[in-house]
Design a protein around this ligand. Structure first.
Ligand SMILES: [Zn+2]
Ligand SMILES: [Zn+2]
Length: 134
């Protein structure tokens, strides 16, 4: 058993602010058809597979456009048959419909996080601390 680091709180001055959060764990939740990402800053995000598939950022799915990734609902429910890291900045999914060219950058995944707190953040332009503490 590895001892947990929780509870061992030490005040450490952080010389530089954490910039980009990255997922420390990617877990499939097959019963819920969801993917759970645990982020380096402690945030936990759960994405429906269809939601992720619909947000596939590849050119084939998005076409040429404004640069904004739009949600394009999949024609049929999908599941990730494989999930692979891409460098240290993104994740790629092999979907059960055969599609596998989407590169989901961490910052993008974070941006589309469907949790209530992130939704509220986006709805309000991101700057008001009106959400309840975790
Ligand atoms: Zn795509
Ligand atoms: Zn979130």
């Amino acid at each position: 058993m590895l001892p947990s680091e929780a509870g061992h709180a030490v005040a450490v001055a952080q010389p530089e602010p954490m910039e980009e959060a990255y997922p420390t764990e990617v877990r499939r939740l097959p019963e819920e058809s969801r993917l759970r990402l645990t982020w380096s800053d402690g945030h936990i995000a759960e994405y429906d597979y269809d939601y992720l598939r619909g947000y596939c950022p590849c050119a084939g799915c998005q076409g040429h456009g404004t640069g904004e990734i739009e949600y394009r609902p999949p024609k049929a429910p999908v599941q990730p048959s494989a999930i692979e890291p891409v460098g240290n900045y993104a994740i790629s999914f092999h979907w059960s419909d055969g599609h596998a060219t989407g590169i989901y950058r961490f910052d993008f995944l974070r941006r589309i996080c469907p949790c209530d707190a992130c939704r509220a953040d986006r709805a309000e332009g991101g700057d008001s601390p009106t959400t309840q503490p975790a």
